[in-house]
Design a protein around this ligand. Sequence first.
Ligand SMILES: [Zn+2]
Length: 251
Amino acid sequence: MYRVARPIALFFAAFALLVSGAQAFAADCTAKLSAPDADGRQLGHFTYPDTPKSVLVKAPEQLAPGGRCYVRKEMLPDLKRLLEAADKDPAIKGKIRAISCHRSIAVQKMLFCGRIGHDGASGVHERAWASAPPGHSEHATGYAIDFGTTEPGGCGHAVGCFGATKVGKWLYANATKYGFEMSFPAGNKQGVEWEPWHWRWVGSSIDEPGAESARRLFAKARAQFPANPAVGDAAATPSSDVDAPPPTVKS
Ligand SMILES: [Zn+2]
């Protein structure tokens, strides 16, 4: 009995120690963040407020089947039009998914802190290359979506190969028509990795309900580090770079 019980007790003690250690680190990793830059950015990321649940709505079921994808309600008409257009292309019909939509600051804290020590991110600076610190993610606004695809081929979620998938290429060529722009294009000077899956909504036209407030929220980011492809400021015309082929896949 002793021979069995002791290793089991040791295992649980070690497990409890690991869990409590990870929780303690996750709880205070943001304390290691440096002071904001002169322009208010934290490790390259702009500041964004949390969004009240009252202005969020569930995204269409086909985008996140059975899942929990909530977005700003003003985004919904454009999002539906985007999905309708995508469904007219046999190559990607029914294949677009949302991997992540609105994320509260509390969830962002878990994501940001919880992956430190993984994927080569040994500290907050390395982590900020691939993830925004809590209070600095576009996902907190409810205007950002991480898209994914059901295409076979081994491209996981939120990795560079998404840019080379059929859905990734379709978004690159068409998303701006529906008010979405790529926040972190290849080679951006913001110090954030290329994220071909991450698109923020700013409205296909400035006259669209909600577009003005979305653009105000992203004004600093759009002025200093333009999206590409980007939504034009005047109307729903895609930028001239839209027809360019997606950048080479890096991972
Ligand atoms: Zn994202």
